[in-house]
Design a protein around this ligand. Sequence first.
Ligand SMILES: Cc1cc2nc3c(=O)[nH]c(=O)nc-3n(C[C@H](O)[C@H](O)[C@H](O)COP(=O)(O)O)c2cc1C
Ligand code: SF4
Ligand code: SF4
Length: 261
Amino acid sequence: MKTEIFYFTGTGNSLVFAKKLSENIPGSDIVPIAGSIARDTISTDAEIVGIVFPMYFWGIPKIVAEFVGKLSMEKAVYFFYVMTSGDFSSPQYVSGRFDRILKKKNKKVNAGYRVAMPSNYIKMYEVDPPELINKKNRQIKFWIDKISKDVTGGKDDPLKDKFTPAAMLVNWLWKINVNKSDDKFHAEDGCNSCGICKDVCPVNNIVMTSEKPEWNNKCQECLACIHICPQRAIQSGKSTRNKGRYLHPEISVKDIIDQKK
Ligand SMILES: Cc1cc2nc3c(=O)[nH]c(=O)nc-3n(C[C@H](O)[C@H](O)[C@H](O)COP(=O)(O)O)c2cc1C
Ligand code: SF4
Ligand code: SF4
């Protein structure tokens, strides 16, 4: 069956996962969400539709929810998602959210997965130590094998949400404020005006003015600009100043830039 796997990524985890999954599902393609979202109409004639993305504040990135809302998928008989997250500890409201979006298209979530990968939320936490990064990246093989088998076998068993009204409130507050989450982003003196931050931003939220980047409140909070700046010059207030930086070891800066194609 024709399969399309749409992905969104900040620091490469979800892209690696989408690539490896596609290699295991015969006849499947991967398609970047960032490169398609600006079109007036987005459609797929795939029978199996998959979405791979990072977990943001216990839920779905804003751009991913908007994309699925816009996506016309008349031939789809099977919808699945894979959410990469820093760990398994937080609540989640994902299957229910997708079901609400898909109901308008007479579709539903057939399967959903949450896979722990290296954590990139350096506004609050440190990056994982190298041993943990390697361990998590090794463990995805189990998930690739399982999910490709489930999807090709048509398994119908969506991941149950575990959320409380408080968790939903946290996610909702994050969602309504996320575009302005760049308010505290700034480039420090080490910036050499290379423009890479502008290039990696999946939503073109950065412009170079007076040789320094400026942010324009269209942010998705993917943190690609902060993690990928070669000079480590971008900070969010003071919260990221003493933290490490992360890009999945199998992903290049060009791969991140190319998701806009
Ligand atoms: C804005 C933001 C919010 C996040 N929220 C969560 C979360 O609620 N729970 C969690 O386990 N990880 C969270 N993370 C970590 C990412 O989901 C995780 O590192 C993911 O694999 C990154 O994928 P990427 O490399 O494809 O961008 C968050 C990361 C960001 C940038
Ligand atoms: S990537 Fe870093 S060094 Fe390059 S322009 Fe942006 S802030 Fe400056
Ligand atoms: S400005 Fe930075 S954090 Fe915001 S969407 Fe662009 S790359 Fe991601």
